[in-house]
Design a protein around this ligand. Structure first.
Ligand SMILES: [Cu+2]
Length: 269
C-alpha cells in the first residue's frame, strides 16, 4: 500500500513536468519580452502566435495519429477469424495514459494563453507617438476626421511607419471597424468612444470592412486603407488643408454678404 502511494506520487510528479517548461516560458514571455514585445508590431505578433498555434496542433495531432496507428497494428487480430488483443492496463499505466497527454495539452494551452494575453495587452496600449484620427460610423459610411476641417468618407489615408490610433463613435447602431491586413477590429458604438491602433508598415491599399451586422446595407459598408509615403501623405494633407482654407474664405465672403442683410430687411419693414 505504501509503495503504491509512493508510486502514485512519482506519477504525479511526472505528469506535472510538462507544465514546468511552459511556466518558465510564460514567465520569460511576460517579463523579458513585455517591454518591447520583442520589437514586434501587433500585426507581426498576431501572425507569430497564429503560426505557433498551427505548429502546435499539427505536431500534437501528428503524434496522436502515429500512436493510434502503432496501436492499431500492434493489437489488431492476427488471423482472419481472430480477435484483437486488449491488454489489461495497470492503475499506473491508466493514470499515465490519461494524465500525460492531458498535461501536455494543458501546458501548451497555458503557454499560448500567456502569449495571447500579451498580444491583447499590446493591442490595448497605444504608443505615445500615435497619430489620432477620429472615426464616425453611420449606416453605411465611415467618416475619417483628421482635425483642422480635413475629413474623408470611406478612405483612410495614413503615412507609412507611424502608429495610428482611431478614436471611434457611431451615430446610429453598433458597427465594427475591421482592418483585415492588420488583424484589428473593434466595435463602434453610439454614446461610447472605442479605439484601435495599428502600425501601417507597408505602402499600398487594403480593405476596411464593417464586422458587425448593422442593417440591410452592412455588406456594402467597406472602405479603403491607403498607406502612403510620408512625402505623399504630406502633399495630400497640404492639398486638403488648402481646400478647407478656400472653403472657409468663400463662406466668410458669403457671411459678410449676409451681414449686409439688415438693410434689406429694414427696407421690407
Ligand atoms: Cu456596419
Amino acid at each position: 500500500m505504501r509503495n503504491k502511494s509512493l508510486l502514485l506520487k512519482a506519477w504525479g510528479l511526472l505528469v506535472a513536468l510538462p507544465l514546468l517548461p511552459s511556466l518558465v516560458f510564460a514567465f520569460q514571455s511576460t517579463t523579458a519580452r513585455r517591454a518591447s514585445y520583442g520589437g514586434l508590431t501587433p500585426q507581426a505578433h498576431w501572425e507569430e502566435l497564429w503560426t505557433e498555434v498551427m505548429w502546435d496542433i499539427t505536431i500534437i495531432g501528428g503524434v496522436y495519429i502515429l500512436v493510434a496507428l502503432v496501436f492499431f497494428f500492434a493489437f489488431k487480430a492476427k488471423s482472419k477469424d481472430g480477435v484483437g488483443a486488449s491488454p489489461k492496463l495497470s492503475l499506473q499505466a491508466v493514470i499515465g495514459w490519461v494524465m500525460i497527454p492531458s498535461m501536455l495539452f494543458l501546458g501548451d494551452d497555458l503557454f499560448l494563453y500567456v502569449k495571447a494575453y500579451e498580444l491583447h495587452t499590446q493591442m490595448r496600449e497605444v504608443p505615445a507617438n500615435a497619430q489620432e484620427i477620429k472615426v464616425t460610423a453611420s449606416m453605411w459610411n465611415w467618416n475619417y476626421d483628421y482635425g483642422d476641417g480635413v475629413d474623408a468618407d470611406n478612405e483612410l489615408r495614413v503615412p507609412v511607419g507611424k502608429p495610428v490610433v482611431l478614436r471611434m463613435i457611431s451615430e446610429d447602431v453598433i458597427h465594427s471597424h475591421y482592418l483585415d491586413k492588420y488583424h484589428v477590429s473593434e466595435d463602434v458604438m453610439p454614446g461610447r468612444i472605442t479605439w484601435e491602433w495599428f502600425m501601417p508598415d507597408k505602402i499600398g491599399k487594403t480593405v476596411i470592412t464593417c464586422r458587425e451586422y448593422c442593417g440591410p446595407n452592412h455588406s456594402k459598408m467597406f472602405g479603403k486603407l491607403i498607406v502612403l509615403s510620408q512625402k505623399d501623405y504630406d502633399a495630400w494633407m497640404a492639398e486638403e488643408l488648402a481646400a478647407v482654407m478656400d472653403k472657409n474664405t468663400s463662406s466668410q465672403q458669403v457671411a459678410s454678404i449676409t451681414t449686409g442683410a439688415p438693410l434689406s430687411i429694414k427696407a421690407v419693414q
